[in-house]
Design a protein around this ligand. Structure first.
Ligand SMILES: [Zn+2]
Length: 244
């Protein structure tokens, strides 16, 4: 790390009256964190590259309080405070290993989708060229979100609520065949299971009751004629999360 640049950053921060370290790190942690970052001379404009461990997707990893966390998110918290639940920290520069607080912004899941599409115009254009993108991103996103939330539970719901989309079109998305631009942002297996689910809400409640009463997943799965993993997904609310 170039000490001089870090000192310049802190000078800048002081001049602009940021309140740093809202996450309450110790001095040791702060030193350890910043020692893994290459702060450029032109620190307001250029990327700050994370030089230590990274995820497969290229995001920096920092271990703090016994947990591995994403470095860019920690940087955001260090500079700007806690990140609300369900909020994504996005890169203006689109470089995962960059942790520059000046390149990070917070957005919703949908912002994240749209940001990805904006930065990936070629893919979008190819899709449009082939006539595959007759439904816009936001529309598909909202439909998948409703399936995820349990607002659209099945084919019937879909046909009642969304008039101008084919059931088969949604199934092809859920099967990962088309619209990966949106599909990649969801757990499609889970959505598919909810959408094509064979359990009624009452059955789900019954399964949850059995689990609470200590019956094993194996025993329940035999009775309901499904995989044991399905029961464990129901237990962990990965499936049928909308059924209370
Ligand atoms: Zn950057």
């Amino acid at each position: 790390m170039d000490q001089k640049n870090l000192i310049n950053v802190f000078k800048h921060v002081k001049e602009n009256k940021y309140n740093l370290n809202k996450i309450g790190w110790s001095k040791n942690t702060i030193v350890r964190f910043f020692s893994k970052i290459n702060i450029p001379n032109n620190f307001k404009e250029d990327c700050w590259f994370w030089t230590a461990a990274k995820t497969n997707g290229g995001y920096g990893i920092f271990r703090v309080k016994g947990k591995n966390k994403r470095a860019h998110r920690l940087m955001y918290e260090f500079f700007y405070g806690e990140i609300p639940k369900d909020i994504h920290i996005l890169h203006k520069c689109d470089i995962p290993k960059c942790v520059s607080p000046f390149h990070l912004w917070k957005g919703t899941h949908l912002d994240n989708v749209q940001d990805k599409v904006n930065k990936n115009r070629t893919v979008k254009l190819i899709g449009e060229h082939h006539g595959a993108c007759k439904h816009d991103l936001k529309k598909i996103y909202n439909i998948l979100k409703q399936i995820e939330n349990g607002e659209i539970k099945n084919k019937q719901d879909l046909q009642n609520k969304i008039k101008d989309i084919q059931y088969q079109y949604i199934m092809r998305i859920l099967n990962g065949k088309i619209r990966k631009d949106v599909g990649d942002l969801f757990d499609l297996q889970k959505l598919k299971n909810q959408f094509c689910g064979r359990f009624t809400n009452d059955q789900i409640k019954e399964i949850r009751n059995c689990l609470q009463n200590g019956e094993t997943g194996n025993s329940i799965s035999k009775r309901f004629n499904c995989n044991e993993s399905t029961i464990s997904y129901i237990k962990n609310k990965k499936f049928y999360n909308h059924v209370k």
